[in-house]
Write a protein that binds this ligand. Structure first.
Ligand SMILES: *Cc1c(COP(=O)(O)O)cnc(C)c1O
Length: 437
């Protein structure tokens, strides 16, 4: 099993110790499941490792874009995490959940004046500023409100996360941030210091996603610290350095394990050495995990419908969901592990494509999947590790109502029983037509 919250009992796939067959009977099909205890464990891994390695002023920020709904912000708030927000919708969700807004960091490469105003009205703690134009807009709006807005400047350190090389081109040409390489990072730093209503609190970088090697963070951190050392005589001191998100998760048995706590310790050791060589203090460190907080806490259950065998070509197994609840295979061929949840102990030798129900031939959940040869209409199909970027990227294409999110956790009494509850209810056809005039 790719994660230890999965098990098989009486030929049935269990998640967080619970029978998936019983859960789909109770909540209907298709459905997202989320393991609350696993989300909390993942938060604690970051919180514990970062505080130990970087000191008590370190803070992991959950990147809400991975899975954003009110209950998520309640959980990460209780755990003591901060949060990245990227839109007025995410800001509103965090606010409604009672999340401490001073611990939110507002990202985006194109914040409109209305976004900026909304974020200030909600008391967002920091703006992560992408470019000069945006900096001027924040300065102007903060000035009108009579405040000094704390900001981090987003820089591109010029690292390609999948070769681990610092490159002069490549990531420098990203749509995000100001490149150190081209001098634009220095330029925006000077500008920020000259803005009356801007408080420059530090710098940010984010090198990529599905990163399995701490080398990426070592190199990025070193480049950022070197830049900070160059700038420090202008700035005085730098309060925060945000290293971004991106640690990888296991979607397939063949994906490597990653020891996040050990990786963080390695990054900390390296950055301390670099800071002392440069003769600067290490700023308070931020990281922004999204996927690695929620991915393995999620699973999607579907019901099998049509099974189509095209002799000499291929086999299709169609389910009652698809690209509307998980567009990631259609978008970028993302790998997933798929099982028949009610035949979880049976040998798998029927090779097929798992297709969704949308009117779109690209609507596939996965190709070359091995399922039991007995797969038939009414079986329950489970896609594992769907906690990140599934609900968050879901749509109403074909006017298909969105799925509910069912949370699972162990009972507080320690009797070993599980608790299940709805965090997001299933959309109805009325929800889908709500905004039609
Ligand atoms: C997407 C993103 C993250 C989170 O990335 P994960 O791969 O989900 O950990 C963090 N920070 C920024 C700026 C991002 O764009």
């Amino acid at each position: 099993m790719i994660c230890n919250n999965l098990s098989v009992r009486d030929n049935t796939l269990c998640f967080a110790g619970r029978s998936t067959v019983e859960l789909i009977e109770k909540y209907g099909s298709p459905v997202y499941l989320m393991d609350e205890d696993r989300i909390r464990e993942n938060c604690r891994t970051y919180l514990g490792a970062m505080r130990e390695a970087f000191g008590e002023n370190a803070l992991p920020l959950y990147a809400g874009k991975a899975a954003c709904f009110k209950r998520m912000y309640e959980i990460i708030g209780e755990e003591g995490m901060g949060a990245d927000v990227v839109s007025v919708g995410e800001i509103h969700t965090a606010y409604l959940a009672g999340f401490p807004m001073k611990n939110t960091y507002f990202h985006s490469n194109n914040k409109t004046d209305a976004d900026i105003l909304c974020a200030m009205e909600h008391g967002v703690g920091r703006f992560v500023v992408d470019n000069e134009e945006e900096l001027f807009a924040i300065d102007r709006i903060a000035g009108e409100r009579g405040i000094r807005q704390k900001v981090l400047l987003r820089l591109t350190p010029g690292i390609d996360p999948h070769t681990y090389e610092a490159v002069a081109t490549g990531k420098v040409d990203s749509k995000f941030g100001s490149a150190i390489e081209t001098g634009q990072a220095e330029q925006i730093t000077r500008t920020a210091l000259s803005c009356k209503s801007i408080h420059l609190a530090g710098f940010h970088c984010h090198v990529g996603s599905q990163v399995f090697d701490s080398e990426v963070f070592l190199r990025a951190g070193e480049i950022m610290l070197t830049f900070i050392a160059d700038m420090i005589r202008h700035i005085g001191s730098v309060e925060e350095l945000d290293l971004g998100g991106g640690y990888g998760v296991r979607y397939k048995e063949s994906d490597p394990f990653i020891d996040i706590a050990a990786n963080i310790r390695q990054v900390a050791d390296h950055l301390r050495t670099v800071a002392s060589r440069l003769g600067i203090d290490l700023p308070a460190i931020r990281m922004e995990p999204g996927r690695s907080i929620v991915a393995d806490a999620g699973m999607t259950l579907y019901t099998v419908g049509t099974i189509k065998r095209i002799p000499g070509y291929k086999n299709y197994v169609s389910v009652d969901g698809g690209m509307t609840d998980n567009p990631r295979y259609a978008l970028y061929r993302s790998p997933y592990t798929i099982m028949i949840a009610n035949k979880a102990a049976e040998p798998c030798n029927f090779i097929c494509t798992v297709a969704g129900r949308c009117c779109e031939s690209g609507d596939l959940l996965q190709e070359n999947v091995a399922l039991p040869a007995t797969v038939s209409r009414g079986d329950i199909l489970a896609v594992l590790t769907t906690g990140a970027y599934n609900y968050a990227m879901s749509s109403n294409y074909n006017r298909i109502p969105r799925l509910p999110i069912v949370m699972l956790r162990k009972s507080d009494t320690g009797d070993g029983r599980g608790i299940d509850y709805l965090a997001v209810r299933r959309e109805t056809p009325e929800d889908v037509t709500r905004n039609d005039i």
